[in-house]
Structures are given as structure tokens and as C-alpha cells.
Design a protein around this ligand. Structure first.
Ligand SMILES: NC(=O)c1ccc[n+]([C@@H]2O[C@H](COP(=O)([O-])OP(=O)(O)OC[C@H]3O[C@@H](n4cnc5c(N)ncnc54)[C@H](OP(=O)(O)O)[C@@H]3O)[C@@H](O)[C@H]2O)c1
Length: 298
């Protein structure tokens, strides 16, 4: 693949990476892409891939995202999410390229009573959250031309995520237990990817840290209920199954999650002109995109 436009997408086989591939292709933008074969924690690999190429934008979707596993193997999480991101920051700075990077609402402890602003101090509860925050700090210290987008509850048509998991559970189970006391705002990968491609097309230099999520704050339970309604309407499932509300304490996970890590998306709308709609509209788009994807597959 050529890098005719000087764009290098890393992590192109992940959930968000695949969606950015789709949006770049829709816009007819050429790009170079890599995933595991160019390990971001391995400086010589990064140098070898970039050598001789004109690179003006680096989009980093590569990350260690196994939140619970990171509690057992935090070194692996820090190697990718902190040291790997530091490598990318130094590479981008050396090349004079702009860098787009993604972080997470898990940098917060979720105790605030209002949506988090970019100026609020992080306090991660998990090793994953710590590693992502460390990555943000290393990136900011090493690359002056970087955009960092903190996102929450990412879902999309590709890969493992809450919505795809619900569709499988609704088909396979008689009843589903859903956490009702963890609140957040879902982020639809296709909509985010569209905003990122428009950012690149605009040539923006409004670097900095941005919070990005969709309008509305809901518990996982309500998200699941809405997924079930739309899945029924669009023929993904034939019947509804009962949803049982449970508390986080009844659903123990190795890594602690913030109970209410809602991001304030005002700055990204004001300063970068990102389009943000209500999460329910995005979920309808998800079902349309999923149907198209299904049709296009042999
Ligand atoms: N998913 C969410 O709910 C969520 C929420 C907030 C923020 N985010 C952030 O959003 C970004 C994208 O997330 P995602 O869900 O799309 O992640 P993902 O699906 O796990 O994709 C990450 C990709 O990076 C690859 N990768 C892992 N280690 C690598 C390395 N050392 N070098 C190069 N590539 C490597 C992965 O390969 P393997 O699959 O082989 O490991 C995978 O293809 C991440 O920064 C994540 O932290 C995600």
C-alpha cells in the first residue's frame, strides 16, 4: 500500500483501526497501514517502516486493550500504551508529522458528579488506565503536534465490543444480566472515524487533548435494552429475552472500572468542529452499517 498522502495508520486490524480504513477509503485517501507486524514498542521496527516514506500524519489505533489482563501483566500494557506511544511521539516529532492518538475515560476514577473536562486531573483505577495516562504524558512531552482523543465505551461493526457481544448473547441465551450502576456515553467507531478523516482533510493544527463521546449518559443496562429493541426491529433477533439489572459488585472483574466516567465533549465540538449526535441515533446507524456489511460478505 502506498503512503501517497503521507498518512500512516497503525493498528489497522483493531476495532477503530478497521473503521478508519473504511472512512479513508470512502474519501479516496491513500494511506499506508500496519498492525502487529510493526510493533510500536520496537523502535527499530518503526524506523524501518517509516524510512524513505514521506509521512505527514500518523494515526495511532495500536494499543494494549485487554483491561483485565493488564492487572496480571501490567508490563505488557505499559510496553505498548506508554513506551510504544513515546516511540511514536518521538518518531512523529523527528519526521515533523502530526500525530493522532486515542486514550480512554478509564484515566478517571468516575467519582465526579459532572462530566469530566480535559483540565480535570486523572486518577486511574486500573493498570490499563495508568498505562494509557502514562502514554498521554509521554506523548505530550515528546511531540508538539499531537491530537489526543479520550473516548469511552467504543463500539462498532468490527471486532469484539459491547454491541456485538449483546447481539450474540441475545441469540444464544434465555436471559441476560446487565450492570445497572455503571454510567457512560457510548462512542460509535464509524462516526469517530469520520470525524478523524475530516480533521485530517482540514489540515488542522489545533493540537491538544480532547474528550470525545456521544450525547447522553446511560447505564450499561439501558444501552443493552436499546440494542435489544433495535435488534428486534431490524431482524437480528427473533424475540426479546429478559434483562436482569445487577450491580457492579455482583459482576466482579479483575480491573476496577469507573462508575461514572462521563466525558464532556464541548471542547472537541467548539474547537475542532466534530459532529456529535445523540447515542441512540448512532446506534441506529450501527444497525444500518451492520446490515450493509452482512450483505457485502459472501
Ligand atoms: N474499546 C474501547 O471501549 C475503548 C474505550 C476507550 C478508548 N479506547 C482506545 O481506543 C483505541 C482503539 O481501541 P480498539 O478497541 O480499536 O483496540 P483493539 O481493537 O484492541 O485494536 C488494537 C490493535 O492494535 C494491535 N496491537 C497491539 N499491540 C500492538 C503493538 N505492540 N504494535 C502494533 N500493534 C499492536 C492489536 O493487535 P492484537 O489484536 O493482535 O492485540 C489490534 O489490532 C485504543 O487506544 C484504546 O485504548 C478503546
Amino acid at each position: 500500500m502506498s503512503a501517497a498522502n503521507g498518512i500512516w495508520l497503525l493498528g489497522d486490524r483493531g476495532m477503530l483501526g478497521r473503521q478508519i480504513v473504511v472512512e479513508l477509503q470512502k474519501s479516496g485517501i491513500a494511506f499506508a497501514a500496519s498492525d502487529r507486524e510493526v510493533d510500536i514498542s520496537d523502535w527499530p521496527s518503526l524506523k524501518a517502516f517509516s524510512s524513505g516514506k514521506k509521512i505527514s500524519w500518523i494515526i495511532n489505533c495500536a494499543a494494549y486493550t485487554a483491561v483485565d489482563q493488564a492487572e496480571i501483566d501490567s508490563a505488557a500494557a505499559f510496553r505498548v500504551n506508554a513506551a510504544g506511544v513515546e516511540n511514536l511521539a518521538k518518531l512523529a516529532a523527528g519526521l515533523g508529522a502530526k500525530l493522532v492518538h486515542f486514550s480512554t475515560d478509564y484515566v478517571f476514577d468516575g467519582r465526579a458528579r459532572r462530566p469530566y473536562l480535559e483540565s480535570d486531573p486523572p486518577r486511574p483505577l486500573s493498570q490499563y488506565g495508568q498505562s494509557k495516562w502514562q502514554g498521554e504524558k509521554l506523548l505530550t512531552a515528546n511531540c508538539p503536534s499531537a491530537f489526543i482523543f479520550r473516548i469511552s465505551w467504543l463500539y462498532g461493526v468490527f471486532g469484539n465490543n459491547f454491541v456485538n457481544t449483546m447481539l450474540r448473547i441475545f441469540r444464544e441465551k434465555e436471559v441476560a444480566r446487565m450492570v445497572n450502576d455503571q454510567f457512560g456515553s457510548p462512542t460509535y467507531a464509524a462516526a469517530l472515524a469520520g470525524n478523524i478523516v475530516r480533521l485530517i482533510e482540514s489540515g488542522s493544527e489545533r493540537y491538544g487533548l480532547y474528550h470525545y463521546c456521544y450525547g447522553g449518559v446511560i447505564p450499561w443496562f439501558d444501552f443493552a435494552a436499546c440494542i435489544m429493541d433495535l435488534a428486534l426491529k431490524s431482524g437480528w433477533i427473533e424475540k426479546k429475552i429478559p434483562l436482569l439489572a445487577v450491580s457492579t459488585s455482583e459482576f466482579p472483574t479483575r480491573a476496577a472500572r469507573p462508575l461514572r466516567a462521563v466525558l464532556d465533549n464541548g471542547k472537541v465540538v467548539r474547537e475542532l468542529g466534530f459532529r456529535v449526535v445523540d447515542w441512540q441515533l448512532n446506534l441506529k446507524d450501527f444497525f444500518r452499517e451492520k446490515a450493509l456489511l452482512e450483505k457485502s460478505q459472501p
